[in-house]
Ligand binder design. Structure first.
Ligand SMILES: Cc1ncc(COP(=O)(O)O)c(C=O)c1O
Length: 447
């Protein structure tokens, strides 16, 4: 028996031994097309020579130097690179080792900012239901993913949750997208007023919701209206781009497409593309200055933050994306993927919506299209699709609880930016077979 404590103890996993382009190979020699980059991570595919060379070169020079003594060349260069492409006003980068750590740092930085500027009464975060911001306790507390939170509720600090921007199910009949967005911003404002605006630190949201709902972008104008609410009450806008950032949606930062200015942005998965564990919290200048010129110390830190190998890998990843103009490729291949999905699933009786941006596309499954009725959760359609896809040599990212943490199934596709047109066709072909097999199995189980 293995001594590795797996995500799902008791389950058996194939042993991954090699990777090449968008393919992962297991020990039995089976090949899998990685159509989700794991969990929207592997944006350059596997075994990219430029990135692996950068890691080796850095390891040969210096693997580690603690950040309380030193900075490092890769960390400095990566920060410069990120800030050059960051939204206006974002000026500093705090490096950590993953998405949850990036969110924790953002939450603590936001709180400390208000302490530094003499507003210590600010203590509440507002976030959204059906969102995911990480599994550490602070990130889980702001997250609105009901099934992930449930058993840990007694340990979580209080956070207020408002409705997600989920037009497929949330928009009223006859309501325009713009009116829907304004209604949600009004709900946020009412929540802030209920809590007492002088007690609210900020609003936390994913610009395109990833794992919890399956690539759901906001309606036009929603984030602008949200920004106005934040400005009106002196709150910070904290955007979690751990999954949707770093080019995944066709722009380096997903929020560029919303035309809003965040105060803090978290990134992780596509930053290091899986070559090293790395995340970052990007910070607007006033927050940095308040801490630098106030106590002079952000009371946080981790042993492995700003790790030179991780920064060297991420720098090589980000330079590759820039030099090979991969954002344009994400937009082109994303449009092609969307076309293929629309052709294959546009009239599919069990696909309620196809959505997303760039190479970040989602399908929401329904038992009945007209009423949008979901499949019964006990049939675990999402798990069946994952297994059926894997049996056909396809990796995708399905999840359940799309609607309320219990009902609903969706699937996320996030192939590497280097994916070819032929590979996209193959992905959609295998996906159609997997969905067909899974739906048939559910129908049989229900009969
Ligand atoms: C939006 C978002 N935030 C935070 C996280 C947590 O990141 P990590 O798993 O690297 O801790 C995730 C992971 O899926 C995510 O999608």
């Amino acid at each position: 028996m293995s001594h590795v404590f797996y995500r799902q103890p008791g389950q058996e996993y194939p042993v991954a031994v090699a990777g090449d382009g968008i393919t992962i190979v297991d020990r039995a020699g089976r090949r899998y097309l990685d159509a989700s980059g794991g969990a929207a991570v592997s944006c350059l595919g596997h075994n990219h020579p430029r990135v692996t060379e950068a890691i080796k070169a850095q390891a040969d020079r210096l693997a580690y130097a603690h950040t309380s003594f030193f900075t490092s060349e890769p960390a400095e260069q990566l920060a410069d690179h990120l800030i050059a492409g960051a939204p206006a006003g974002i000026d500093q980068v705090y490096f950590v080792s993953g998405g949850s750590e990036a969110v924790e740092a953002a939450l603590k930085m936001a709180r400390q900012y208000f302490v530094e500027i003499g507003q210590p009464e600010r203590r509440h975060f507002v976030a959204r239901r059906q969102s995911y911001h990480g599994n550490t306790l602070g990130a889980l507390a702001v997250g609105g993913n009901a099934w992930r939170r449930r058993q840990f509720e007694p340990l979580l600090t209080e956070a207020a949750h408002v409705s997600p921007c989920y037009a497929y199910r949330g928009r009223e009949p006859g309501e325009s997208e713009e009116a829907y967005g304004l209604r949600l911003a009004a709900e946020l404002e009412a929540t802030v007023l209920r809590l007492g605006p002088e007690t609210v630190i900020g609003f936390v949201a994913e610009p395109v919701v990833g794992a919890t709902m399956g690539a759901v972008p906001a309606v036009p104008g929603y984030f602008k209206a949200v920004r106005q609410v934040c400005d009106r009450y002196g709150m910070l806008l904290i955007l979690d781009e751990v999954m949707c950032g770093m080019g995944r949606t066709g722009t380096l930062f997903a929020c560029e497409q919303e035309g809003v200015r965040p105060d803090l942005v978290t990134v992780a998965k596509g930053l290091g593309a899986g070559y090293q564990p790395i995340g970052a919290t990007l910070v607007a200048r006033p927050i940095f200055e308040a801490i630098r010129d106030g106590s002079g110390f952000f009371q946080h830190g981790h042993t492995y933050m700003g790790h030179p190998l991780a920064c060297a890998a991420a720098l090589a990843v980000q330079q590759t994306i820039a030099e090979e103009q991969l954002l344009g490729r994400v937009r082109r291949q994303g449009a092609r993927l969307r076309e293929l999905l629309a052709t294959r699933f546009g009239d599919h009786p069990n696909v309620g919506e196809i959505r997303g941006r760039g190479l970040f596309q989602g399908l929401e499954f329904v038992a009945d299209r007209a009423s949008k009725r979901p499949f019964a959760p006990e049939h675990k359609l999402h798990a069946r699709i994952k297994a059926a896809a894997m049996a056909r040599g396809l990796l995708c990212y399905p999840m359940g609880g799309t609607i309320d943490g219990r009902s609903g199934d969706h699937l996320l596709l996030a192939p590497p930016f280097i994916v070819s047109e032929e590979e996209l066709e193959e992905i959609v072909e295998r996906l159609a077979q997997a969905i067909g097999a899974a739906v048939a199995a559910v129908s049989q189980a229900a009969a």
